[in-house]
Design a protein around this ligand. Structure first.
Ligand code: ZN
Length: 264
């Protein structure tokens, strides 16, 4: 079979060169995949709020370049039907860029993936939930956090780094000014859950925060992990400024991915 195909290619030297080139490229891609530290599949949507798509597109470019430097496979999709057992088991990390699973099948597949040791990195809207989302497993997964409030317009925010010895936040100062994003408040605060480790919190010095929509008060974690899972949630992810802080925030985001990928 192969010989026949090869002979017919050899009749046409251009086609034969193309065949050889394709074979080399395929081999290179396979070798790259085999040596890669881990594989990430990032899900996003393009038919959601414009500012959320903007961040997702920025994040795709950002992680694409990080993947080349740190030697991991970074693949993206807008097809949420890929949230199924067959697909997810091929990846070490699932990333949600401003969207979450909506159908029952996708939700059950994601639960199985996480319950069986999968890893998740979620940004901004990916953790959104309210009385209409009807997904209690996911609320528990987040440590009990239910969306409660937000600031509008999006603003730069003073943040408190709760623990700058943790692998995700190491080297960050105790306080930094995060680039413009929309910030969410949660009730109850996930900090009240003994399994949750809060890494970064919205500084109460920001309050009252916003103009049209206000975050008035309260304990508002913005980066945390539920230690029962290989998961990290980062609230930043609205608009085109989020990835502009190369000194602190981008490093934390990269550390966050590396940490969930390698956490056992
Ligand atoms: Zn937003």
């Amino acid at each position: 079979m192969h010989t026949i195909i090869l002979k017919s290619y050899m009749k046409n030297s251009f086609a034969f060169k193309a065949f050889c080139l394709a074979a080399i490229l395929f081999t290179a891609a396979t070798a790259y995949t085999q040596n890669a530290a881990f594989k990430v599949l990032a899900f996003y949507s393009t038919d959601v709020e414009r500012d959320h798509v903007e961040f997702a597109n920025d994040a795709v470019h950002f992680f694409d370049s990080v993947a080349k430097k740190k030697n991991f496979v970074f693949e993206t999709t807008t097809n949420w039907e890929y949230t199924n057992d067959t697909m997810l088991k091929k990846y070490d990390v699932v990333m949600w860029l401003n969207e979450f699973a909506h159908t029952e099948e996708q939700r059950r597949a994601f639960e199985r993936y996480m319950d069986n040791g999968g890893a998740w990195l979620g940004f901004h809207v990916s953790a959104y939930n309210d009385k209409d989302t009807h997904w209690q497993w996911f609320v528990n997964f987040l440590g009990g956090a239910v969306f409660y409030s937000n600031n509008w317009p999006p603003l730069a925010a003073k943040l408190i780094v709760d623990d700058n010895m943790h692998p995700v936040t190491k080297g960050l100062p105790k306080n930094y000014l995060a680039p413009i994003s929309e910030w969410y408040g949660w009730t109850p605060s996930p900090r009240l859950n003994k399994d949750v480790k809060v890494l970064v919190t919205l500084d109460p010095a920001n309050h009252p925060f916003g103009k049209k929509d206000l975050i008035q008060e309260g304990d508002i974690p913005v980066v945390w992990t539920n230690t029962k899972y290989r998961m990290l949630y980062l609230n930043m992810g609205h608009g085109d400024q989020v990835l502009t802080d190369a000194v602190y925030q981008n490093k934390m985001i990269v550390n966050g991915l590396m940490w969930v990928a390698k956490k056992k």
